[in-house]
Design a protein around this ligand. Structure first.
Ligand code: PRX
Length: 705
């Protein structure tokens, strides 16, 4: 065991490095020459003295039915209202208004995972027809109307944006649940949003397999029924035309094939419903500190203006570009930067069904080459995966990106450089965009033609967004001090979510209570938005995001709440207590390890470990499957009984557990450490040298309640 201790100490020594400032990279002249934001005057136009009127520039990218009279209404903080008095329809803005000039232009190019299946091009004209027909079906067959909620549990198929835009056409609020989530997770979100219609698909391709997806709809509906919400209709799209690909039976009178129903709506047209700017457009659930996911409610006018503006200036989308955002539409990135932002600009947006390395590591680059993709947008996890699977693959393909994006997790400078040199061939500008489900669009990023790139830093606040780093007492940590703190946004912006669906108190409590000094104040200056991320602010004004300060683990760019994981583990009969901790992972950024203590007399067998894993996978989804489940005799606890997640996180990551003498049961720490680390070493799961950033996160983990 002494070698183990040495290994851990060696790791510690390795970490004790100072934060290294990275060198700047400047955008290529060719990019600057064509950029949408090439005139430095834009920085002045969006400077604080022009706030909030600066956002008129974003709102004017849209077509309003009634033009708004008040840019920002702060009369009921922190429930900000943008573009008050305005009415518009999001579906009209993303589809109809492009028809006159661009009806034959591709709105979406859909690439199925099987390479022998043809790519499908959906022009704006066809999208218009499909959105209208589906809207008619929702209105006339499902009887939904403006303000109702409809839940989708759809994979990466064009039917998903069709369904989103059809809801938007009617003013119906859509709530898409990531396709990889379990039926129970979907059911939970149906209950929370009070949806009576579920739109799903029979099956979809993932890594070469046609997965049964319909089975999850049955679980979701059953779960909702048990929790008091009846789903009246389940609309099932078929992945393969005319063929039902799921072994799960259709339920008579409840389940309907969408292609059958649509026959009755051929050629139907639905007048877009003019909605107030403040009407909710959609809900997007995300994880937080409690076991209950939060339904982030996004507005129509503010949200759409914000994603249109940021797509134009930060994604630099021009009408002639082929833009490929490699995220899932089931997450906010896909909503904002595959569907709403690009379509509001009349762009061509690529949707890929499957995994980036299927059937081989060249797949992504073949897609880019064939479709002439010139803007590429993905997450560090995918970049790491592509790099590991085929570090030299991009060189074999003749594509040229002018612009690349990274989003969702901190990117290691080394990985950033591979992205820049190999994927971008040294020709593409990169934006590292920091933001969250709650935010609608980017918060921190360099402006691609005007601000230099710095690997590992997202950049300064985006146009019209003024971040600040505060310490626990609310004092500002000055730029260049090298000290980490909580990154906050001092001002509202149009893309900010309106509330947590049905839980306005939790909204105020989670995001604003921490730093609001005067709850009576109607001045936005008194209501900084608490983002829940640790960050540093360099002397040049660039922010470096360190990761979550709350109990959220970011696995491969997906937010998982520790409480959600822990309550799933507690559904296993043998389990008395559970704790979820992050483990630094070369590919996925972080993975989850679960620690469980059993009820007295229960058997600590491999079978119990498997049960815990299975419970998490079925209750949340496969993405949450823990890397390891450790059965321990007891959890390290404070004298008041709080489980010290930070201590077990340190054990799992082979870092120093710190001073444990004040715990109620300090002796347990050493025995857990010996067991866990010995087993990890035996499995070849050796300690990784952590970066200063990673170490900071592990040592901080679980500190904020
Ligand atoms: O911790 C930050 C991290 O992802 C969290 C938000 O996750 P989610 O709501 O799922 O949205 C992901 C896509 C917008 C943040 O609190 N994060 C996001 N982008 C970055 C990031 N961390 C570092 N760098 C980024 N560019």
């Amino acid at each position: 065991m002494d070698e183990l201790r040495d290994a851990a100490q060696a790791t510690e020594a390795h970490i004790a490095v100072h934060w290294k400032e990275e060198e700047y990279y400047w955008p290529p002249a060719k990019f600057i020459a064509q950029a949408n934001a090439g005139d430095p005057g834009i920085l002045e136009r969006f400077s604080e003295k022009h706030f909030p009127e600066c956002f008129k520039e974003y709102a004017d990218l849209l077509t309003w039915d009634t033009y708004w009279h008040t840019t920002l209404d702060t009369s009921n903080p922190p429930f900000w209202k943008w573009f008050v008095g305005g009415t518009l329809n999001a579906s009209y803005n993303c589809v109809d208004r492009h028809l006159a000039r661009n009806r034959n232009k591709a709105a979406f190019i859909w690439v199925p995972e099987p390479e022998d299946e043809s790519t499908a091009v959906i022009t704006y004209q066809e999208l218009f027809a499909r959105v209208n027909e589906f809207a008619a079906l929702l209105r006339d067959f499902c009887k939904v109307k403006a303000g109702d909620r409809v839940t989708f549990h759809l994979p990466m198929v064009p039917d998903l944006p069709v369904a989103m835009l059809a809801c938007a056409r009617l003013g119906v609020i859509h709530s898409e649940v990531f396709g990889g989530f379990s039926g129970f997770a979907c059911g939970d979100r149906i209950v929370d949003s009070g949806s009576h219609i579920l739109v799903t698909m029979d099956a979809y391709y993932r890594n070469g397999d046609l997965l049964d997806h319909k089975v999850k709809a049955d679980q979701a509906v059953e779960y909702a029924r048990e929790h008091g919400v009846t789903v009246d209709k389940v609309l099932v799209w078929r992945r393969l035309p005319g063929k039902y690909s799921s072994p799960t039976p259709m339920v008579e009178g409840r389940d309907f094939f969408v292609d059958d129903l649509l026959k009755d709506y051929r050629g139907a047209r639905v007048e877009p419903t003019s909605m107030p700017a403040e009407a909710p457009l959609f809900l997007m659930y995300t994880s937080g500190t409690t076991a209950k996911p939060k339904g982030c409610q996004h507005s129509t006018g503010g949200y759409l203006a914000y994603v249109a503006g940021t797509s134009k200036y930060y994604q630099d989308i021009h009408p002639e570009d082929t833009y490929w955002c490699f995220a899932d539409i089931g997450w906010i990135t896909g909503h904002s930067y595959i569907v709403y932002g690009p379509l509001a600009l009349g762009a061509t947006s690529v949707i890929y069904e499957g995994v980036p390395t299927y059937p081989d590591p060249g797949r992504s680059w073949r897609i880019a080459e064939r479709l002439g993709v010139n803007i590429f947008h993905t997450a560090p996890t995918t970049i790491r995966m592509l790099r590991k699977a085929g570090p030299d693959e991009p060189k074999k393909y003749n594509y040229h990106f002018k612009h690349m994006t990274t989003v969702g997790e901190p990117i290691e400078p080394e990985v950033w450089r591979w992205y820049y040199d190999v994927v971008g061939k040294g020709e593409a500008v990169i934006v590292d965009t920091w933001w969250q489900t709650e935010n609608g669009g980017f918060l921190g990023s360099s402006l691609p033609a005007l601000q230099a790139m710095k690997p590992g830093s997202c950049g300064p606040g985006v146009l019209g967004v003024y971040p600040v780093i505060l310490d626990e007492e609310g004092n500002e940590i000055p730029a260049g001090s090298g000290k980490a703190g909580n990154i906050c946004i001092r001002n509202p912006w149009p893309g900010i979510f309106q509330t947590i669906w049905g839980r306005p108190e939790r909204f105020v409590e989670t995001y604003y209570a921490k730093y609001c000094t005067n709850t009576e104040s109607k001045d936005w200056q008194d209501w900084p938005y608490f983002a829940g991320d640790g960050a540093t602010h360099a002397a040049d004004g660039y922010f470096r995001i360190l990761g979550r300060v709350d109990d959220v683990i970011n696995v491969a760019g997906h937010r998982l709440g520790t409480k959600e994981l822990e309550s799933a583990a507690l559904t296993v009969d043998e389990v008395a207590e559970s704790a979820a901790v992050p483990v630094v992972d070369e590919l996925r950024g972080r993975t989850v390890e679960m620690y469980v203590a059993l009820k007295p007399g229960r058997d600590s067998s491999a079978e119990t470990e498997a049960k815990v894993s299975y419970a998490i996978e079925t209750i949340i989804g496969k993405i949450a499957r823990p890397k390891n489940v450790w059965i321990v005799p007891d959890m390290p606890k404070t004298r008041s009984g709080k489980i010290m997640r930070r201590v077990i996180a340190s054990i799992s990551n082979f870092t120093d557990v710190g001073d444990v003498a004040t715990l109620a049961n300090p002796e347990i720490v050493e025995s857990i450490r010996r067991k866990v680390q010995a087993e990890k070493v035996a499995r070849g799961d050796l300690p990784k040298a952590l970066s200063a950033q990673e170490l900071e996160e592990i040592q901080r983990f679980g500190r904020v309640e």
